[in-house]
Design a protein around this ligand. Structure first.
Ligand code: PEP
Length: 263
């Protein structure tokens, strides 16, 4: 089936997800205020909302959102072992014990600054899923890969390696975030056409790796300098099922606008 038709048919079954990745920002003592201001500022939300704060803020946020429908909490990383001598690391079991719903794996900042590759990310995905955490798997190309026309090959390589040994049932617990590295934190956003083209490519890739219905159900987020002013044009595109937002998720008005644009 033509991927465009397939995506149009099924997009109504994929509830949009707006995820705010706080990265290493916000003091723990300020987290409650930020979340409350965002929740109070939302006027219409027909999407799932995910807060992804630093580890230290998770208990506070868990308490704040535990009775809120369609609001979830995520972690920015985890180790693949469940416990042991891994100083400075956090295990999927620990996250589950704190009622965390999602964990982000494969973010380009983890790849760039901490040397993570898809083999390691694959181990982490398997371990997180085994603890019933849902995964947001990030992939994306650098500017030189895009300029060389290699962006699709690169994404295919990343996904094939990261999803090795992952079953179709497990795939249903994974959300993919397409995040071109050249658009993260730079103010440069992929155009709606560029983003939609990559989302369609990823959906067809996953449909071929698993099944048409697995591809249809898969939520694919766009990430890279999403803000209030460009959210609507991206989120209106069929096949863009939400956004992974960095900088703008720390600004109440901006994040609320993005959430509104998903409705
Ligand atoms: C991110 O951290 O995943 C991200 C997309 O950041 P920003 O929105 O700031 O580009």
């Amino acid at each position: 089936m033509d991927p465009q038709n397939l995506s149009i048919q099924m997009s109504k079954f994929r509830k949009k997800l707006i995820a705010g990745n706080w990265k290493m920002n916000v003091l723990p003592s300020m987290a409650e205020q930020l979340v409350n201001e965002i929740l109070d500022g939302i006027t219409n939300a027909n999407c799932d909302i995910l807060f992804i704060p630093p580890f230290t803020h998770i208990p506070t946020l868990s308490t704040l959102i535990h009775d809120k429908e369609s609001v979830f909490i995520g972690a920015q990383n985890c180790h693949y072992e469940s416990s042991g001598a891994f100083t400075g690391e956090i295990s999927p079991e620990m996250l589950k014990d704190l009622n965390v719903d999602f964990v982000v794996l494969g973010h380009s900042e983890r790849r760039q600054y901490f040397g993570e590759n898809d083999k390691l990310i694959n181990q982490k995905i398997k371990s997180a899923l085994s603890q019933n955490l849902k995964v947001i798997y990030c992939c994306g190309e650098s500017i030189s890969e895009r300029e060389a026309g290699k962006h699709k090959d690169l994404i295919e390589m990343q996904i094939s390696a990261a999803f090795s040994g992952i079953s179709e049932l497990e795939l249903s617990k994974i959300v993919i975030a397409y995040e071109p590295i050249w658009a993260i934190g730079t103010g440069k956003t992929a155009s709606p056409d560029q983003a939609q083209d990559m989302h369609n490519f990823i959906r067809v890739l996953l449909s071929n790796m698993y099944s048409e219905s697995a591809g249809e159900k898969l939520r694919i987020l766009y990430g890279g300098s999403v803000k209030g002013s460009n959210a609507q044009e991206l989120l209106n595109r069929t096949g863009i099922d939400g956004a992974l937002v960095g900088g703008a998720s720390l600004k109440v008005d901006e994040f609320c606008k993005i959430i509104g644009a998903a409705g």
